[in-house]
Design a protein around this ligand. Sequence first.
Ligand SMILES: Nc1ncnc2c1ncn2[C@@H]1O[C@H](COP(=O)(O)OP(=O)(O)O)[C@@H](O)[C@H]1O
Ligand SMILES: N[C@@H](CCOP(=O)(O)O)C(=O)O
Length: 320
Amino acid sequence: MAVYTDVSESELGAFLRDYLVGELLSYKGIAEGSENSNYLLHTTSGSYILTLYEKRVDKDDLPFFLGLMEHLAGKGISCPLPVHRRDGGVTGTLAGRTAALITFLEGMWMRKPTVAHCREVGRALAELHLAGADFPISRPNALDIAGWRKLWDGARDRADEVEAGLAAEVDADFAEFERNWPGDLPAGVIHADLFPDNVFFLGNRLSGLIDFYFACNDLYAYDLATCLNAWCFEKDNSFNLTKGAAMLAAYQSVRPLSEAEKQAMPILARGSALRFMLTRLYDWLTIPDGALVQKRDPMEFIRRVRFHRGITSPSEYGLK
Ligand SMILES: Nc1ncnc2c1ncn2[C@@H]1O[C@H](COP(=O)(O)OP(=O)(O)O)[C@@H](O)[C@H]1O
Ligand SMILES: N[C@@H](CCOP(=O)(O)O)C(=O)O
């Protein structure tokens, strides 16, 4: 459960007086998510999500994240909107944390995504890339290779507790990424964490995207590689070629990939898998047992790294 910070009714009531959202009727902590504390609120004017920003969100980045949601929504992307306070601001302080209120999005995330869902996500990701292209603020990716390195420095000594030999394996990957990571591909605003729990559906139709708190400027194809990792592997860790092909074709129906982007897909997918393995590993080793958050398995993503290491052609992802 991701509620790191408790909020009392009186504190919340006082916080809401700065907004034009009516009277608080009820609120409860949301069990899902892992980065921030989230509450679902019902007021006399409707439903809202209250987010209290925790450790991985730098408060100076909030104008980027919240401004991006407004920008994308203005371009027709279905995503939450920050609710403005009476004084025009979009953040306040609650229970000692910076906090924001955002609009509630209808829909639910897919525990078992199908080919049709993967297709919808491919198209939505490309639309997001196009819609974000003229967003005026930029934010470097804090989880680029240098950011991975910092996580690794904090986890390496204990990595072999998770699997014998993991430290040496990841060291070798780093050496290759630091030598061969592509730098000159098309780049712009990316979501950077478009996993199934961040995409809502009503039936088979995508109803919206949430959780822009890793969004940044980086390679578009890297964002697509993250979606391949997040959506197109089965529970037994096998890659589902039909899902991959559907996602990639749908993406390209909106934003065709250049030949260089296609050729870079194996290393991008492998790097993206390592990035998620590292945040998971770091959390696995540092979050105390019994904390109210569901820890995610780092091994799921080292298996993806291994899969991508064996890819010799982008066509093995179903890329045309
Ligand atoms: N705008 C929204 N509308 C409806 N539900 C939301 C919204 N934002 C978040 N949620 C709910 O809160 C959960 C956690 O949100 P998320 O942004 O993924 O948190 P975290 O950043 O901590 O991972 C989501 O899985 C969803 O159930
Ligand atoms: N998607 C990441 C974890 C980030 O959690 P989210 O709830 O903010 O999407 C992973 O699977 O490791």
